[in-house]
Design a protein around this ligand. Structure first.
Ligand code: ZN
Length: 67
């Protein structure tokens, strides 16, 4: 389950590993629910920043809280 918090259609220039250069990206922020199996199910919802390359379609998600 994921809740989309915010979506911007403004393309942002970011470096894409697959393209090997800066390309326009679509950036969205998403809450992802991570389930850690093994223990009792502990869900933590982490905000991720999803950037999608306009050129090759590569998706990169970066966890936002570094706490
Ligand atoms: Zn790319």
């Amino acid at each position: 389950m994921s809740n989309q918090l915010d979506t911007t259609n403004d393309a942002m220039a970011e470096s894409c590993e697959r393209c090997g250069r800066e390309t326009p990206h679509n950036v969205a922020v998403e809450l992802k629910t991570e389930s850690k199996t093994g223990n009792n199910v502990a869900y933590s919802r982490e905000p991720y920043r999803i950037s999608t390359c306009h050129v090759c379609g590569a998706e990169r998600s970066i966890r936002m809280n570094n706490a």
